[in-house]
Ligand binder design. Structure first.
Ligand code: ATP
Ligand code: SF4
Ligand code: MG
Length: 346
């Protein structure tokens, strides 16, 4: 159990810590809107009819077991899908501008300056033959127009701000001279460098120890408070979700099966899958592969999904009605679930 989990559980209800205020203005600007996104290969659809919206200052958490389509959704949202992946359907707009209307150069510019993504595998994402400080500085020179001298100074400040000791010395290191956790923090510093309007963090803090993780989450929240950045945060850790999310989208087998505010989701999970995740969280049984041990069975392979509800083979509430696919629909307020019987759990 993480420190964050312990704090939340000790609060009694499993809800987010009451010390963290709700920060989102309900009518804040929509930064990213994904509408009806379907991504697949020639063999199967991998992300199906996903619609998401994230507003300025808001944190949307994407949760779900391994292989449910969280990373592909993020990649597609940044216009980063490539062979063999094909975007079959859907529309993505960033700051009101359709991504499909932009050329590759414009997209690359937006990605470096206004959108940033932090991947789980920092070692692979960093350039192995460049000093880490220079890699951060380069982002500032290219996308913010800083001089190299100013950018290098700022890079050291950023390295310091993600909790790396001796930042001046570390800035001159190559990635292989730093630990995995430090490389992860360098990636985070690089993502924060341009103060992006959208930050996508895909399991960005999973590999870090709980103290560093708490420090990084705090840093991201500070950035949001200062810049009004929107954040999409992918995690298996419901303790982290409770800590940072404003809204949550639960994914299963390529689809969003439930979406709600974090309080609503933790207090009234409606989809049997979400209820299973919540139950597992209390027993701390997520495996290192992101499989939820207490929900019997596994996520179906995208090419072998059962007809109707994809969760049917694992669901103890299923009936014959579940042979027809449930649609993600509004159950209470803006709380939506894709289950024929979600209303019974409300
Ligand atoms: N480049 C690709 N080509 C073919 N299939 C892919 C590709 N990338 C992902 N997939 C498949 O798409 C599905 C969704 O993958 P994705 O990486 O989005 O899952 P995820 O929810 O991020 O899982 P994890 O929690 O393990 O990171 C999986 O079945 C995966 O095997
Ligand atoms: S639609 Fe049926 S099988 Fe699917 S989650 Fe709901 S009850 Fe279970
Ligand atoms: Mg992933």
């Amino acid at each position: 159990m993480t420190v964050i989990d312990a704090e939340i559980l000790s609060a009694g209800s499993g809800r987010r810590r009451t010390s963290i205020p709700q920060r989102v203005q309900p009518l804040a600007e929509v930064i990213l809107a994904v509408d009806g996104l379907t991504v697949g290969t020639a063999r199967a659809d991998l992300v199906i009819d996903v619609s998401l919206e994230v507003r300025a200052g808001e944190t949307l958490c994407l949760v779900g077991e391994s292989g449910c389509g969280k990373s592909l959704t993020c990649l597609a949202a940044m216009g980063l899908t490539s062979e063999p992946l094909v975007v079959r359907n859907g529309h993505i707009s960033f700051l009101g501008q359709s991504l499909s209307a932009l050329g590759e150069n414009q997209l690359a510019d937006i990605r470096g300056r206004d959108m940033a993504m932090i991947f789980q595998d920092a070692m692979a994402a960093l350039n192995p033959v460049r000093r880490v400080g220079m890699q951060i500085a380069e982002v500032l020179v290219v996308h913010r127009g800083l001089s190299w001298r100013e950018a290098e100074r700022r890079a050291i400040e950023l390295i310091d701000s993600v909790g790396i000791p001796e930042p001046e010395v570390r800035s001159r290191a190559f990635p292989h001279q730093l630990s995995g956790g430090m490389c992860q923090r360098i990636m985070i510093a690089m993502a924060l460098a341009c103060r992006p309007k959208l930050l996508i963090a895909d399991e960005a803090t999973t590999a870090l120890d709980v103290t560093t993780q708490a420090q990084i989450l705090g840093l991201m929240r500070e950035l949001q408070a200062e810049t009004g950045a929107a954040m999409i945060f992918v995690t298996h850790d419901l303790g982290v979700v409770a800590e940072i999310a404003d809204r949550v989208a639960v994914m299963y087998s390529g689809r969003v099966v439930e979406t709600a505010t974090v309080d609503e989701l933790f207090e009234h999970p409606l989809h049997p899958y979400t209820r299973g995740l919540m139950a597992c969280r209390l027993h701390a049984t997520t495996t290192s592969h992101g499989r939820i041990a207490a929900i019997e069975g596994t996520v179906p392979s995208p090419s072998r999904r059962p007809a109707g509800c994809s969760f049917r083979p694992r669901c103890s509430f299923g009936t014959d009605a579940c042979h027809s696919p449930p649609v993600l629909s509004r159950v209470v307020g803006d709380h939506r679930a894709a289950c024929h019987f979600a209303g019974d759990f409300a």
